[in-house]
Design a protein around this ligand. Structure first.
Ligand SMILES: NC(=O)c1ccc[n+]([C@@H]2O[C@H](COP(=O)([O-])OP(=O)(O)OC[C@H]3O[C@@H](n4cnc5c(N)ncnc54)[C@H](OP(=O)(O)O)[C@@H]3O)[C@@H](O)[C@H]2O)c1
Length: 233
């Protein structure tokens, strides 16, 4: 898709990767609408980007997500792409996970994004894109992160079917599977403390790969472990 002049709804724009993606998209000439749970941080980014429209939503509350999707589409006069960058993590042994924490993980990482995409699809132009941030753990489930890995793997599986079902509309579904990036996500974990993590991957490289993937209609952004680089597939 052409980013210049496109209308893109960025959900999770109050977060580090979501905010960086919104900045990257705006710099590429896209008109962005910004949704976040934290109204203040979302509004501050909107101001930085010249007064972008904003929506406040809680991904656990499906109704607030639907209303936000509608508001974003109205504000931009339709949508060419949606980027969903909401997410939470939790750590600890699978056998000891707290049920409420597991529910929240799946609500924010899996069910919320699926619901938001469903809400947006009727407004999304043919030839557009759905961009979902899963994670490297979708392909490589990690010790002490069983539920986070499972929530991302489920999102990734769903995205792979959605991609095939949207082929007739020429809507690309880009599954973004970054390795660890130092965004502070792990310090905001719902539970537990992180295991030893690899050095954080370059944040700007993730943004650049996502923008390139959107332009090319790629299926995924993933780490090539040998090259230590993100590749498009
Ligand atoms: N950082 C990494 O190492 C890494 C690696 C692979 C994949 N990812 C994925 O990349 C995405 C962005 O993560 P990040 O590193 O940028 O972390 P982040 O800065 O903590 O951003 C997380 C975002 O999710 C939002 N969020 C959390 N719970 C929510 C809820 N109930 N309703 C609505 N929004 C909610 C946060 O909103 P508020 O701030 O407004 O509360 C924030 O916008 C996530 O899906 C994450 O799993 C991250």
């Amino acid at each position: 898709m052409e980013l210049q002049g496109s209308r893109v709804w960025v959900v999770g724009a109050s977060g580090v990767l979501g905010g960086a993606l919104a900045r990257g998209l705006a710099a590429a000439g896209a008109r962005v609408a910004l949704a976040g749970r934290d109204a203040e941080r979302t509004a501050a980014l909107a101001q930085e980007l010249g007064g972008a429209p904003t929506q406040v939503l809680d991904a656990v509350d499906v109704e607030s997500g639907r209303a936000a999707a509608q508001a974003a589409a109205e504000a931009l006069g339709g949508l060419d792409a949606v980027v969903v960058a909401t997410g939470v993590v939790a750590f600890g042994p699978a056998a000891e996970a707290d049920d409420a924490v597991v529910e929240e993980l799946f609500a924010v990482n899996t069910l919320g994004p699926m619901s938001l995409v469903r809400a947006v699809l009727p407004q999304l132009a043919d030839g557009g894109a759905v961009v979902l941030l899963s994670a490297i753990v979708a392909d490589a489930p990690t010790l002490q992160m069983a539920e986070y890995s499972a929530s991302k793997a489920a999102l990734s599986a769903w995205a792979s079917v959605l991609r095939r079902e949207l082929r007739s509309r020429k809507v690309a579904v880009l599954d973004v599977k970054p390795p660890h990036v130092d965004t502070g996500l792990v310090d905001r974990a719902l539970a537990g403390t992180p295991p030893k993590l690899p050095e954080g991957f370059d944040q700007q490289a993730v943004v650049d790969a996502v923008l390139a993937g959107m332009r090319q209609g790629a299926k995924e952004v993933a780490l090539d472990p040998r090259a230590g680089e993100l590749v498009l597939r």
